[in-house]
Design a protein around this ligand. Structure first.
Ligand code: NAD
Length: 298
């Protein structure tokens, strides 16, 4: 029986963190600039609070100027837009992130589009989406999760994916669509699948690269997977897990890891795969923004 390689996103993120920390220190020493990241969290969604805490901790560890704005769930849209406007005009801030999801009365589109494209380190502004879709990847802020997935795919398969079939499961604006753009840019033949796709296992079976971004625990099984395929699991699902007879809440991905490992060439675990890469790519985008702001190459 084959046992797939475990792609260690945590170790790769730690390597990248070391390089970002050094570059951040050099920017401070040579140009007097600390990369500045502002994270805005609205309301009290517990998962969002964990994500924001991790982002702040990582930003500080990289030597960044890190600011968190925690605002009440019932804050008006105009007050949120005023805060974004202040951050857009704050020279100490190079990256602005508004943690999603937002409370229902706030318009996600209006709020994400209010962030200056040059500080849009999440890559959600239409200018950055347009650049990515037009193939101007080097000039865009690319959304952090697909950018992190792409680095792991490149490690396994190189940067030219000519002749490879890639199947992305999920078509969200945050993950699925930008992931497909990046794979296409690397010359892969890309299929985007979603909840309306027919015969999903059959479509997935043709893939040399599978990226699962759905939000359904353990959905992708071994018999969907071509032998040797590289499998990237973006899903984060909270489930009950029984370990040593004790049942606790734990995390699992969209890929049935143990099952798929019997067939695939390499698989990312959950946790410890895509998650840590997403956070470090946010730092990479913020550093890039600060460097561009100093007139340096990103
Ligand atoms: P989303 O809900 O916006 O999109 C889910 C997509 O899955 C949709 O396009 C939908 O069509 C598709 N889908 C739903 N059921 C399906 C089915 N049965 N078969 C095929 N496709 C189906 O979600 P999202 O924001 O893209 O996130 C997806 C998952 O990734 C979630 O679990 C989320 O928590 C996780 N996520 C993880 C990270 C990270 O850093 N690791 C970042 C973002 C999202």
């Amino acid at each position: 029986m084959t046992v797939a390689k475990r792609i260690d996103g945590k170790a790769k993120a730690a390597e990248l963190a070391e390089s970002i920390t050094k570059q951040s220190a050099a920017l401070l020493a040579e140009h007097g600039i600390k990369p500045g990241l502002a994270v805005v969290i609205i309301g009290e969604d517990p998962a969002s609070q964990v994500y924001v805490r991790n982002k702040k901790r990582t930003a500080e560890a990289c030597g960044f100027h890190s600011v968190q704005h925690t605002i009440a769930a019932d804050t008006s849209q105009s007050d949120v837009l005023q805060l974004i406007n202040d951050l857009n005009n704050d020279d100490a801030i190079h990256g602005i992130l508004v943690q999603l999801p937002l409370p229902a009365h706030l318009d996600e589109q209006v709020i994400t589009q209010a962030i200056k494209p040059s500080k849009d380190v999440d890559g959600f502004h239409f200018i950055n989406i347009g650049k990515l879709t037009a193939g101007l990847t080097a000039d865009a802020f690319v959304p952090c999760t697909p950018a992190g997935c792409m680095l792991m795919i490149e490690d396994e398969m190189g940067s030219d994916l000519s002749g490879k079939n890639a199947v992305v499961i999920g078509r969200s604006n945050i993950v699925g669509k930008p992931m497909a753009s990046l794979l296409l840019q690397a010359n892969a033949t890309v299929t985007i699948t979603h909840s309306r796709t027919k015969d999903l296992p059959q479509v997935v079976a043709a893939a040399d690269i599978i990226v699962a971004a759905v939000g359904r625990p353990d959905m992708v099984k071994a018999d969907w997977v071509k032998p040797g395929a590289v499998v990237i699991d973006v899903g984060i699902n909270r489930v009950e897990k029984t370990v040593d007879g004790e049942t606790k809440m734990g995390l699992t991905g969209d890929v049935d890891y143990d099952d798929v490992c019997t067939v695939a060439g390499a698989v990312t675990p959950v946790p410890g795969g895509v998650g840590p890469m997403t956070i470090i790519l946010l730092m990479a985008n913020t550093l890039r923004s600060a460097r561009l702001n100093c007139g340096l190459k990103g």
